[in-house]
Design a protein around this ligand. Structure first.
Ligand code: AHR
Length: 493
């Protein structure tokens, strides 16, 4: 029998903004995330605009990607920006020591990245090199990108760009506890203070500085950073990957049973617990919530697809990933007063990607479709939501059957997102709506016949949004028959 869920949506007591930066996408020099996935070069037979492939850029534009984080990740802490500017033919070919030991041609550098950001109508979030770079190198990069005058601005102009770029977000290194330098928290806090000091915005502009934050449940890292480096930063990051079965990633991305489904979704629900506890630590030192939390790496991390370079982190994407995306986007709504940015890892061909490419072919993943369905959440107002419902469990993996969030969009329309994790049973959801005068409800559903359903190059629409007709509204009450293993977004008019 369908399980019941009772929801209350309080549209009359609006909450914080669901910041557009929660939809930041991460694009690292890793595998085919940049080369092949985004960049094919001007001379490629694949249609492109100044080297960036038009099919992928077009699909990302449809998502309204607001911000792109680049060039890493671990890559950022060994990236020397000077190697990626000037005539392309003269740029040094380096080794990408972190990701597969392959050559890094430096073809995509600062100018190319900003061209991509411009083509997407997005903004830049650049991570600087704290790991093996100097404060001077970092300061000069920032000056090169943003200064209106001076010798670095002149060099930028000689390289093809007269106007300074906008640099709204800058990361002070990445994972300083690991690939960014294996630092202890106390040392990382001091290093962050030092490097951040020299990241200076030209008059009349602002660069928000994001410090390298904790991994998973490392609350001590958060405590030391916020205690000792708060004055120099605007945000602190948190990285949490959904890794079913634990580290190193070993679960198959595409072949799994119901236990593998439930294990993954239960693991992703831990995001709620981790954010809650990191925020509690931040509240201790920053009760005014001046410093926001940037979950700037999240998503699933499975074993690499068979036959692929293990250093390329290429993995398939199924209905399970769509469910992971929806659960996380709902969790971020709950914490939107402190979580102002998140970045799924990663944009194309790497980990939980929006898009997979193979030569000239591309496919939109189930995760892509969830992001598309949640587009109205961009800069919307979060509406408080209470949810009472049952649990879904398989073996030892237990979680709420339904996850939800509600918003009033910039267009004034109230929308509710619902995700039913139970792959076997529909859920009958009733929602009491306070402060919404709705007489009609329409919706979109993402589901499939199997939990492992995915989109392939020869079957690209196996998992695709469909019109949803299982909801009705009358007298301030919404009734929904939420299909098993589905994500539904409803629109109230
Ligand atoms: O996204 C892949 C890697 O995961 C990033 O480079 C790093 O920051 C994290 O460990």
């Amino acid at each position: 029998a369908p399980r019941p869920t009772e929801i209350t949506v309080r549209a009359d007591t609006p909450g914080p903004t669901y910041d557009k930066a929660i939809f930041t996408q991460f694009a690292e020099h890793l595998g085919t995330g940049i080369y092949g996935g985004l960049w094919v070069g001007e001379k490629s037979k694949i249609p492109n605009v100044r080297g960036f492939r038009s099919d992928v850029v077009g699909a990302l534009k449809e998502l309204g990607v607001p911000i792109v984080r680049w060039p890493g990740g671990c890559f950022a802490d060994e990236y020397h920006w000077r190697e990626g500017v000037g005539p392309r033919a003269k740029r040094p070919v380096k080794i990408n020591t972190h990701w597969g030991g392959v050559t890094e041609p430096n073809t995509v550098g600062t100018h190319e990245f900003f061209d991509l950001v411009g083509q997407l109508n997005a903004e830049a979030y650049i991570s600087g090199n704290v790991g093996n770079g100097s404060p001077q190198e970092m300061a000069e990069w920032v000056e090169y990108m943003t200064a209106p005058a001076g010798s670095l601005a002149e060099e930028r102009a000689r390289n093809g760009r007269k106007e300074p770029w906008k640099l709204p977000y800058f990361g002070i290194g990445n994972e300083l506890w690991g690939c960014g330098g294996n630092m202890r928290a106390e040392y990382a806090a001091d290093v962050t203070r030092r490097y951040a000091t020299f990241v200076k915005a030209p008059a009349g502009t602002r660069i928000l500085k994001i410090a390298s934050g904790a991994n998973n449940d490392d609350y001590r890292w958060t405590e030391v950073m916020i205690r000792d480096a708060a004055q120099q930063i605007d945000a602190l990051s948190l990285h949490y990957y959904t890794v079913p079965g634990g580290w190193p990633p070993r679960a198959s991305a595409s072949e799994f049973d119901e236990a593998g489904w439930a294990q993954t979704l239960a693991a992703t629900w831990r995001m709620d617990e981790f954010i809650t506890k990191h925020v509690a630590m931040m509240d201790k030192y920053d009760p005014q919530k001046r410093i926001w939390l940037a979950v700037d790496e999240w998503g699933t991390w499975y074993a690499p697809d068979p036959g692929t370079n293990p250093g390329f982190l290429r993995q398939q994407n199924t209905l399970r990933d769509a469910m992971v995306a929806a659960i996380n986007l709902n969790i971020f709504a709950k914490h939107a007063d402190r979580v102002k940015m998140t970045a799924i890892a990663q944009m194309v061909n790497v980990l939980q990607a929006m898009i997979l490419t193979d030569g000239d072919r591309m496919v939109k993943t189930p995760t892509y479709h969830v992001f598309h369905m949640y587009k109205p959440w961009i800069d919307a107002t979060v509406l408080p939501i209470e949810l009472k419902g049952g649990w879904y469990n398989k073996d030892q993996y237990v979680m709420p059957a339904v996850s939800a969030s509600a918003i009033r969009g910039k267009d004034g329309v109230v929308r509710i997102a619902l995700a039913n994790a139970d792959p076997n049973r529909p859920n009958s959801v009733t929602a009491n709506l306070s402060g919404v005068q709705a007489s009609a409800v329409t919706g979109t559903v993402l589901t499939a016949d199997a939990i492992t359903a995915r989109n392939d190059f020869d079957a690209p629409n196996r998992v695709a949004p469909q019109a949803f007709t299982g909801a009705s509204v009358a007298g301030g009450r919404l009734s929904v028959t939420l299909p098993a293993k589905s994500v539904v977004v409803l629109e109230l008019r």
